[in-house]
Write a protein that binds this ligand. Sequence first.
Ligand SMILES: Nc1ncnc2c1ncn2[C@@H]1O[C@H](COP(=O)(O)OP(=O)(O)O)[C@@H](O)[C@H]1O
Ligand SMILES: [Mg+2]
Length: 246
Amino acid sequence: MTIIVIASGKGGVGKTSIAVNMAITMSRILPGRRVALLDADLGLANANLIMGIQPAHNTKDIENGMTAEQVATERHGISLIAGESGAKQKTLESVRRMLKACIAISADVLVVDTSPGISDAMTEIIAVGDLVIVVSTPEITALTDSYQLLKYLIRSGKVKGELNLLMNKVGERDNGSSQATAVTDLCLNYLGRRVGQLGHIRRNQAVEQAIMEQRPFSIVDPGSKPSRDLENVCQTIIDKWEMNHG
Ligand SMILES: Nc1ncnc2c1ncn2[C@@H]1O[C@H](COP(=O)(O)OP(=O)(O)O)[C@@H](O)[C@H]1O
Ligand SMILES: [Mg+2]
């Protein structure tokens, strides 16, 4: 199984939209493979809302002994392990136990959505990723928070997965690549770690509209700009895996 963790420094940059639609797009372009999505936003889980699902179970039930298979809901070609919204702060031990049980799901790809910001619990979750995608926007505040998160993760020494930056909500003309390069250059020059770039997803009203309808944008219109941008990102990831795994 390949685990892809979607993280960010700043909230509201588009992690959940990307996690949901990436899982769906991966399952579409990798026929015959099972793709699962874990909502590990420990504060305000909402992947189920974007997918239009009222889940019968969530990660709280996993903590109480159910298996990931029992908790997962099938929709749009993927298996969602919904998160617990409004949960109390969890101990590191309970986060570890929950993660272990979720990773036991039989899937070829597991996409993990997370809470924004810097914490030990988040580092624990991010550390399970083979591929860690830090989502940023071109805004200076988001870029600064992306660098702070990357710095924290790199200095923790716990994150062995490949770190990558993905720019979201970019303009039609400026695709955010110079801003992304500024962040990845800082990581290389000051922290000694190479952080890759996975390209961009344009700011597009179809994303907001889809959330209002509680239908993933990649399902509403797979030919829309954000759907095609995300498909390019998924293809880049798949090509990278094939490189890494011969
Ligand atoms: N590419 C995009 N274009 C336009 N709006 C976007 C885009 N990506 C995300 N959004 C909007 O940003 C808001 C936050 O998205 P969300 O996925 O919930 O972010 P996060 O999970 O990082 O908090 C939502 O209202 C969503 O519609
Ligand atoms: Mg979110």
